[in-house]
Design a protein around this ligand. Structure first.
Ligand code: MGD
Ligand code: MGD
Ligand code: SF4
Ligand code: MO
Length: 719
């Protein structure tokens, strides 16, 4: 029997591809993109195109396992001798027993859940797990590792995470990819950009690293890391100074323009050049072109907000379309994320009320970026149990050495629910087997487009794997938790999520999603003639093949307290931040005192062919990526006697790592770059996060992976 099942890729990627899985006699035999999906249009990225290798990998965790070797020692990539296979009953009994004892002795907040983006699908991302930990009264995890600085920065201007539809990029005439690695991380936007370019659009890339996107661009502007707020202010200096802003839009739909004008005036391009490394004449040219070419759109991604002032940087860039009024046009505006459009009933899925039932108050909050600190120094109560799922903190967390030191604690009871034997399972007391998206059903949103999807189950779970939903359900039952929410079926949970009163999900229910696979959000009143002027770059109106374009801010309607784009923000002022916008260089940057000892700015990047630390262990995907290299400019290499291919030691006060030097011209003098990999797949068993710090961003308490100073030297030959 051969069937084709509609699914959706649940990895933490803006594209959320529509997927078709062919199943023959219960086994998946083919994966392909769904050609009917209007944004992802039938192709998959290279890594997910090889997904059968992942699902059927001989390295999958298939059964519950108990550690019998010391933590962190030689457990490798498979269920080797360090592990003893146990039954689900035994595993659940042991977890129940340990959690109950820890709660009795230290209080329930001694238990810490730890999860992030393993799957970002709605149910397996955040539902039964949240119910379970809320009911337990466990510590809450502040999930800040990725995007909160940008989120807070963006919302400080426009109030909500909404942005330009990807389909509208084809109508743009001027596209700025700003800290956005489109070829690597957001490939389904690229064909729309190519279409725009065939119609004469220019693509400009602002990035300290010459990505493939930068190499393909009409104009590449390498910027010094962490200086984007200065660049945006320099552009606003020119735009406002030359009267290129949209005075009517500004007057109607923004507040604080006078204060912003004053700020912008102080940021002459010559001054901005010193911070950014971009020539003053280029700043002037960029500002003029951006403000006068219509429509102009900015694909801002999360790259700029992984630096210490990432909130302010995002805020500064988000002001640009508000002063040029480019939100009015199809193919204008800005996209950081589209996730704020999905008005699902998240509260009903997560039941935070259960936490109040358990504790009579909100549980304490632990920032996930500070895992090392939380496990090593937090008291009252100390963390005694860690439950990891959807995440691989021993690879992705900053200050890796501190994280590993903490995970080795013999008094810490660690459970990891996983698909593979990762860096984190090396420190687990119990490992539980998790399904992949082939093996369970879910509901899928996106943060790079506006379609909801159902991802159907294609095959039976391998071995004894359970989905996050089923695993937390069985644990809740084993612990005797009697609330009805722990009995809700997957379909009932999907119905709960969709039973929202939000206008944009009206008319979208499970049976329609099952029938159609994907459904565009129902932008009532946002895309019809009454909303936005609907004019395309070439003057034509809506094309027959397009849905009505979504123009959320064509007539203001910003989701801020004032309803206007806030170029001045009372909320920021009350938090002690500059209420307009400011630029301060990161405390780890070429402009800081620390640069004397560690003069190079490190970009501790993602790999184009992995997904954070996922996929890194699969041989067929490893082939796509050159691993464990340090990219360095010829200038900095020469000064250190380093040749291409030499073994180098990269270090700072937090740690060191051994890599191979690559002089490929992708970074400018002063900047070096290395990519995320599993620690146990890196020489010396440590990954680049030994060099990154737990320092938090100016807004949103996010991570600062791109504000890191290091020094590099030739490795000493082993004696
Ligand atoms: N192939 C692949 N796809 C992915 C991921 C992956 O690991 N691999 N990860 C997924 C996840 S979790 C996320 S959050 C998204 C993230 O996707 P992006 O938001 O694109 O995130 P990054 O790759 O962190 O950064 C984007 C670009 O910003 C640049 N950058 C770094 N610092 C600065 C700066 O100070 N200023 C400017 N202007 N640019 C800077 C980087 O060099 C990089 O090329 O991608 C998702 N998609
Ligand atoms: N140096 C550096 N560090 C970074 C970044 C960087 O750019 N540079 N990026 C940061 C960013 S943006 C992010 S989002 C974080 C990401 O950090 P994480 O969210 O931890 O992401 P992954 O590394 O992809 O690890 C996810 C794990 O979840 C597992 N998994 C997948 N699906 C499921 C499931 O259904 N159930 C369970 N139980 N497990 C599942 C996968 O096998 C994988 O091991 O990393 C951050 N760390
Ligand atoms: S990782 Fe991104 S591009 Fe690749 S299949 Fe998944 S959603 Fe699509
Ligand atoms: Mo992320």
């Amino acid at each position: 029997m051969k069937t084709v099942v509609h699914a959706a890729c649940p990895h933490d990627c803006p594209d959320a591809c529509g997927v078709l899985i062919t199943v023959e006699d219960g086994r998946a035999t083919k994966i392909q993109g769904d050609p009917n999906h209007p944004v992802t249009r039938g192709f998959l990225c290279a890594k997910v195109a090889k997904y059968l290798d992942r699902v059927y990998s001989p390295d999958r965790v298939l059964y519950p396992m108990r550690r019998i070797a010391p933590k962190g020692v030689g457990v490798g990539l498979r269920a080797a001798p360090g592990w003893q296979r146990i039954t689900w009953d035994d595993a659940l009994a042991e977890i129940t027993d340990r959690f109950q004892k820890i709660s009795a002795e230290f209080g329930s907040e001694a238990i810490l859940p730890y999860s992030y983006g393993g799957t970002v699908a709605v149910l397996n991302g955040a539902s039964m797990d949240r119910r379970f930990f809320h009911r337990l009264g466990a510590s809450q995890l502040d999930r800040t590792i990725c995007s909160t600085a940008g989120e807070v920065g963006l919302k400080s201007v426009i109030g909500v995470k909404l942005g330009t539809e990807p389909e509208q990029f084809r109508h743009s005439r001027y596209i700025i990819a700003w800290g956005a690695n489109i070829h690597g991380n957001n490939i389904h936007l690229w064909p729309f950009i190519e279409e725009a370019r065939r119609n004469g659009a220019q693509l400009v890339v602002v990035d300290p690293y010459r990505t493939r996107t930068a190499a393909c661009a009409d104009w590449y502007l390498p910027i010094n890391p962490g200086t984007d707020a200065a660049l945006a202010l320099g552009m606003m200096h020119v735009i406002i100074g030359e009267g290129l802003h949209d005075a009517d839009y500004v007057a109607k739909y923004t507040t604080g323009f006078d204060q912003l004008s004053k700020k912008a005036k102080e940021h002459r391009p010559e001054r901005v050049e010193k911070w950014t490394g971009i020539a003053a004449s280029d700043i002037v040219k960029l500002a003029r072109e951006y403000a006068t070419t219509r429509p102009a759109v900015i694909r801002l991604n999360y790259g700029i907000q992984r630096s210490e002032r990432g909130g302010m940087s995002t805020r500064a860039v988000a002001m640009l379309p508000c002063i040029t009024g480019s939100w009015k046009q199809v193919g204008g505006g800005l996209q950081l994320s589209t996730s704020g459009a999905y008005g699902l009933q998240r509260e009903a899925l997560e039941n935070a009320g259960l936490m109040h039932k358990a504790l009579g108050r909100p549980a304490r909050v632990v920032n996930m970026v500070e895992l090392g600190k939380a496990l090593n120094v937090l008291d009252n109560p100390p963390v005694k149990a860690l439950f990891v799922y959807n995440s691989n903190p021993a690879a992705v967390c900053p200050n890796h050495n501190e994280v590993v030191r903490a995970l080795q604690r013999s008094d810490l009871f660690t459970v990891v629910h996983e698909q593979f034997f990762t860096d984190t399972t090396d420190y687990a007391d119990i490992v539980l087997p998790a399904t992949t998206f082939f093996e369970h059903k879910d509901l899928q949103t996106a943060y790079g487009h506006y379609y909801l999807q159902i991802s159907d189950q294609a095959i039976e779970p391998l071995g004894e794997c359970r989905s996050n939903v089923e695993m937390f359900r069985s644990l809740a039952h084993r612990m005797g938790l009697e609330e009805e929410c722990f009995d809700q079926s997957v379909d009932e949970m999907i119905d709960t999520a969709l039973a929202s009163r939000h206008p944009w999900v009206q008319g979208i229910d499970r049976s329609r999603l099952e029938r159609e696979g994907h459904v565009r959000l129902n932008f009532v009143g946002c895309g019809d003639g009454s909303y936005g002027d609907r004019s395309y770059g070439d003057g034509s109106l809506t094309r027959r093949s397009d849905p009505q374009p979504f123009l959320p801010f064509a007539h203001g309607n910003f989701a801020t307290p004032t309803g206007k784009a806030q170029l001045y923000s009372e909320e920021l002022k009350s938090e002690g931040l500059d209420p307009v916008v400011d630029f301060t260089p990161p405390s780890e940057s070429r402009h800081s005192a620390k640069a004397k000892a560690y003069p190079l700015e490190l970009l501790a990047r993602k790999a184009d062919n992995f997904l954070n630390s996922t996929f890194t262990n699969l041989p067929s995907v490893q082939e796509l990526e050159e691993r464990n290299i340090l990219e360095i400019s010829a200038h900095d290499a020469r000064a250190r006697g380093i040749a291409d291919g030499a073994k180098v030691r990269v270090f700072n006060s937090r740690g060191e790592i051994q890599l191979t030097a690559r002089l490929d011209g992708r970074v400018q003098p002063g900047v070096v770059s290395a990519k995320l990999n599993w620690a146990k797949l890196t020489p010396g068993q440590r990954n680049i996060n030994v060099l990154t710090s737990e320092k938090l961003t100016d807004m949103g308490n996010s991570a600062t992976f791109y504000s890191v100073l290091v020094e590099v030297e030739l490795s000493k030959p082993a004696s």
